[in-house]
Design a binder for this molecule. Structure first.
Ligand code: HPA
Ligand code: ZN
Length: 328
């Protein structure tokens, strides 16, 4: 019981959360109605019942379909504020939040629709909830390097504190190794942006090596498949490159099916800078506290180890780090 209480109360930074993945079925259906769109599901219960995934792609298909209800600036504000309120209730005091501009641009929206809504939510989260927030633009890995580069151009008016502090890579991993985005990540570096990438979620350790060596990422998102490469684990350890691990996401997307608890136990015991994150809480069934709780049970953690994970989240954040986005 005291471990549960500690997990609830310890201050946390959340570093791997997609704002679109915080779209709970209740808000999804409300936004569909508000925007005069057909509801993606007949009911909240039907949406939740549909959230059973075989792998990453089967999740992404529903996640992108859900994004279709986001049409107006206020939709993005409401979505981000719902996440910030829920995160603050879990004692998240700092969040670095991914969003997918290409998805919204593809739905016919411009930066002037989604970005002011997201930015205003970050300001209100700081003022009303004491939660500092910044955004990381994700490029979709199955889309072209040219599209990623155009997306970075669109972000240029929005760089800086409370707005966009970095770039990342998300979406379909297998068959889309990170090196395709070398040039756009170089450009992001020259702009003073932080770089992260999803790698080693479903893909092999080679994709993590590429993210490190070609994209020069400061953190690896997921990265759980690094476990299969001892030299990679040693390199991540030596450089103190954090992994943003998302336990309930891995569970629901059947990463390491049948062996997940053993793999998570190995990761937490590896000495790497492991952090705990919710990824897409509305789809995977839990926010920060639920992810810490699941991991603590799966890996048999006590208070001291949970405290270490929470401390790691601040070390791994761009809030405190050298060259942090806070200075951008
Ligand atoms: N992996 C890849 N792409 C994503 C994810 C994820 O976990 N969540 C949202 N987009
Ligand atoms: Zn993710």
């Amino acid at each position: 019981a005291s471990l549960k209480r500690f997990i609830e109360m310890v201050p946390k930074a959340e570093l791997h959360v997609h704002v679109e993945g915080a779209l709970e079925p209740e808000l999804m259906l409300a936004l569909a109605a508000r925007n005069g769109l057909p509801p993606p599901y007949p009911s909240v219960e039907a949406a939740r019942a549909a959230y059973h995934f075989a792998d990453l792609q089967s999740f992404l298909d529903l996640y992108y379909a859900g994004c279709g209800v986001l049409r107006a600036e206020k939709d993005f504000y409401d979505l981000a504020m719902a996440y910030f309120r829920r995160a603050a209730a879990d004692r998240v005091v700092h969040a670095e939040v991914f969003f997918d501009p290409q998805t919204h641009l593809g739905n016919g929206l411009g930066w002037e629709v989604f970005m002011p809504g997201l930015a205003r939510a970050a300001e209100d989260a700081a003022a009303q909830l004491g939660l500092s927030a910044a955004y990381i633009v994700c490029f979709r890995k199955e889309m072209s390097a040219a599209s990623a580069n155009d997306t970075l151009s669109g972000a240029l008016p929005w760089l800086g504190r409370g707005h966009v502090i970095g770039v990342g890579l998300d979406s379909s991993e297998l068959g889309n190794p990170p090196a395709k985005f070398a040039d756009v990540f170089d450009r992001a570096a020259r702009l003073g942006l932080q770089r992260v990438a999803h790698a080693g979620e479903e893909g092999p350790p080679e994709y993590v090596w590429e993210a490190l060596r070609v994209l020069h990422v400061r953190r690896v998102d997921h990265g759980v498949h690094s476990l299969e490469d001892g030299a990679l684990m040693a390199a991540l350890n030596a450089s103190r490159t954090p992994l943003t691990v998302c336990p309930l996401s891995n569970l629901k997307l059947k990463v390491y099916e049948g062996q997940l608890e053993a793999r998570l136990t190995q990761l937490v015991g590896s000495g790497l800078v492991v952090t705990v994150n919710s990824d897409d809480a509305a789809y995977f069934g839990g926010y920060a506290v639920a992810n810490y709780g699941y991991l603590a049970a799966a890996a048999g953690l006590g208070v001291a180890q949970v405290a270490r994970l929470a401390a790691n989240s601040f070390e791994a954040s761009f809030f405190l780090g050298p060259g942090s986005g806070g200075e951008a």
